[in-house]
Design a protein around this ligand. Structure first.
Ligand code: ATR
Length: 273
């Protein structure tokens, strides 16, 4: 049985073992996948001993994604852009490869599962933390008309816009940037969501055709999703599909098999209720 795991701290909340067990069963893959709480000072040596002990692949979650990026011998372009790694695997020559599947997970959920097109659209992202950095390159690959990042700390949004500027039309700043502007797609990536808070937004930034996506999820609609519905967004979704899609991409990197994600998203949705 091939061994996989996710390393994080905390880790109790992780759905990854359930997701990968479902993928393995569906694709008839003989593997085990465990969630491991790693002490803050033990990440690097835990990764090493996992692979030395015959482990086949790792997911890495908060707060270790940047350290996984530093640790990997070689990283994919998307992981380099993200400055963060959520998937580790061994190359043929035994070196440690780092990749980041978060952004592609977000894009696939929006495009393939929800049927939202990104091409030519005006995209707004709320927040400028690690979660945003991780998804910018795959989003810009979809060729939106524009991508605007707003953040409480405006400088962080401006810095991201500068750093990713060569990949597409991207601007950034504080929330005051939103006055008198409209967007086709609004993505909430602030951690405020987790505390049931959200930034103050003018309802005028949505049109009758706008889509709203919250990168977090829960048993109930988030505050941002309720705001979107109240302001008559065309479509509203949470981040459960992104979670399953990023896992599917990791599974593919490890096993070279692509699981069907729809049944697993439904299974998780039912288990939240
Ligand atoms: P993550 O990995 O989830 O991105 P992070 O790097 O800590 O976590 O980033 C959290 C993001 O949520 C930041 O953009 C943060 O804004 P600041 O850069 O100004 O701190 C944003 N955020 C957190 N709480 C917020 C709040 N109450 N209102 C608005 N934005 C908030």
């Amino acid at each position: 049985t091939d061994k996989y795991a996710v390393f994080g701290n905390p880790i109790k909340q992780s759905k990854s073992p359930v997701i990968h067990a479902a993928f393995a069963e569906q694709c008839e893959q003989d593997l085990q996948y465990r969630a491991v709480r790693v002490e803050l000072d033990a990440f690097e040596r835990s990764v090493k001993s996992f692979f030395d002990g015959g482990g086949c692949g790792l997911n890495v979650t908060v707060p270790f994604k940047q350290r996984a990026f530093e640790l990997a011998d070689k990283c994919s372009i998307r992981a380099q852009r993200a400055g963060a790694v959520n998937t580790l695997l061994l190359a043929e020559d035994g070196s440690l490869l780092g990749d980041n599947t978060d952004g592609v997970g977000l894009v696939r959920d929006m495009v393939a599962n929800l049927g939202w097109s990104l091409q030519g659209q005006r995209i707004l992202i709320l927040g400028a933390g690690g979660a945003v950095r991780g998804v910018l390159e795959p989003l810009l690959r979809e060729k939106p008309r524009s991508l605007t990042i707003v953040n409480r700390t405006a400088d962080k949004a401006r810095e991201l816009a500068t750093e990713f500027g060569e990949l597409g039309a991207i601007d950034g700043g504080g929330y005051e940037l939103l006055a008198d502007r409209e967007f086709d797609l609004v993505i909430n990536a602030t951690s405020a969501s987790l505390q049931g808070e959200m930034p103050d937004l003018p309802g005028s930034l949505l049109t009758a055709r706008s889509c709203c996506y919250d990168m977090v999820y829960g048993a109930e609609p988030t505050v941002f999703m309720r705001w979107a519905a109240l302001n008559t967004a065309w479509a509203v979704a949470d981040g459960l599909g992104m979670l399953v899609e990023q896992a599917a991409e990791s599974f593919y990197l490890w096993r070279k098999v692509r699981p069907a994600t729809g049944p697993v998203i439904n299974q998780l949705r039912n288990s939240l209720a």
